[in-house]
Design a protein around this ligand. Structure first.
Ligand SMILES: Cc1cc2nc3c(=O)[nH]c(=O)nc-3n(C[C@H](O)[C@H](O)[C@H](O)COP(=O)(O)OP(=O)(O)OC[C@H]3O[C@@H](n4cnc5c(N)ncnc54)[C@H](O)[C@@H]3O)c2cc1C
Length: 316
């Protein structure tokens, strides 16, 4: 679904991806019965949109260093802090937000996950971006928001497990988003090459253009197989950390390259807003950055294939 939506508009793709895999699924997976029946139906009906608030100004890939605090207060907590680049925050009805419940435990172990309402947060900024313009990206602050135990998702101090499980699955969605963008760019380039005439023939008859299209088609097929394998493993309850990271790494790099090649095939028209490929080019780049940069995906893959250490505590 995310592949097809992103083939039309990657910004809508990420809005759906965050809403489903980064907010609704973790509540379904880690929530109590009460949390599931209270928060999931409005999300499923589309009455509330979900936002996933992990990143902070000083805490990106190294998500375990986050500083937003949740201080014990009566039977609950008082949450304070600032989050940065949170997709859809300005329109969200349900926030999954990560805060440090144990200031004495640095790193991932002192972090917990909370379910917040719009009343708990204040959106402070809307980012101007290179692309993905149909998705809104916000900074927000939480100022002494008082929440009860009913807002804690999963156990205290186990928020990072929630975040990492979420990102393991979310990466497959972003890989599908990248695949959709690459496919859209290829579709436009192929159609254009079969129509545009130069030197008395269609440009698709030049071998240089044929090879570009052959490479694009091959790499998109390879990306699709990696994405579908990862999705199939997740669907069947099999481990999918390595497969999801490989799918995201390959599909996002493919999308970045292919959208550039599509512009090349369209020549000057590709650089104008008359065709959508310049938008695909701008949208593709983000897939190499969010839900874990390409460098972080390589880290995850390397740890997995080498059997080294703990799971990588990086996001994003
Ligand atoms: C449009 C957009 C939407 C976003 N939506 C959300 C959202 O909804 N929720 C949310 O919580 N976050 C969101 N983010 C944040 C996003 O997940 C982070 O930008 C991303 O995780 C990278 O963190 P950073 O930008 O701080 O980069 P940094 O972590 O500062 O990385 C900078 C560079 O250093 C590299 N690097 C860092 N650590 C290592 C390492 N150990 N080894 C090798 N290289 C390394 C990185 O790969 C990168 O090239 C969004 C960002 C954008 C731009």
């Amino acid at each position: 679904m995310l592949e097809e939506i992103s083939r039309a508009d990657a910004g809508v793709g990420v809005t759906v991806a965050v809403h489903t895999s980064a907010v609704t699924l973790p509540i379904l997976t880690f929530g109590t019965d009460e949390q599931r029946s209270r928060f999931v139906p409005p999300l499923a009906r589309g009455e509330a949109i979900g936002a996933f608030a992990l990143t902070e100004a000083e805490s990106g890939s190294d998500a375990g260093s986050l500083r937003t605090s949740a201080t014990p207060d009566g039977d609950g907590w008082r949450i304070s802090g600032a989050k940065q680049w949170i997709s859809t925050a300005a329109f969200a009805g349900t926030f999954l937000l990560f805060a440090r419940t144990d200031p004495g435990t640095p790193g991932a172990r002192g972090v917990s996950a909370f379910i917040l309402d719009p009343e708990h947060v204040r959106v402070t900024r809307t980012e101007e971006k290179l692309g993905l313009n149909s998705s809104v990206t916000n900074d927000l602050v939480v100022e002494d928001a008082q929440v009860g135990r009913d807002r804690l998702l999963h156990e205290e101090g186990k928020g990072f497990r929630v975040a990492m499980a979420t990102l393991d699955g979310g990466r497959i969605g972003i890989a599908a988003q990248a695949l959709g963008i690459a496919q859209a760019a290829y579709d436009v380039a192929r159609a254009y090459a079969l129509e545009r005439r130069q030197f008395g023939q269609r440009i698709a008859e030049f071998q240089a253009i044929q090879w570009k299209l052959a490479d694009m088609s091959t790499q998109i097929d390879a990306a699709r197989l990696l994405v579908y394998r990862a999705a199939w493993r997740k669907q069947n309850g099999l481990p999918h950390t390595e497969e999801g990271a490989k799918a995201k790494l390959f599909a996002s790099e493919t999308a970045r390259r292919q959208t550039g090649e599509a512009i090349q095939i369209l020549g000057g028209y590709g650089y104008t807003k008359e065709f959508p490929v310049e938008r695909y080019y701008r949208d593709a780049k983000i897939t190499e950055i969010y839900e874990g940069t390409s460098e972080i995906q390589r880290l995850v893959i390397a740890r997995s294939i080498l059997g080294l250490g703990e799971r990588v505590m990086a996001q994003g």
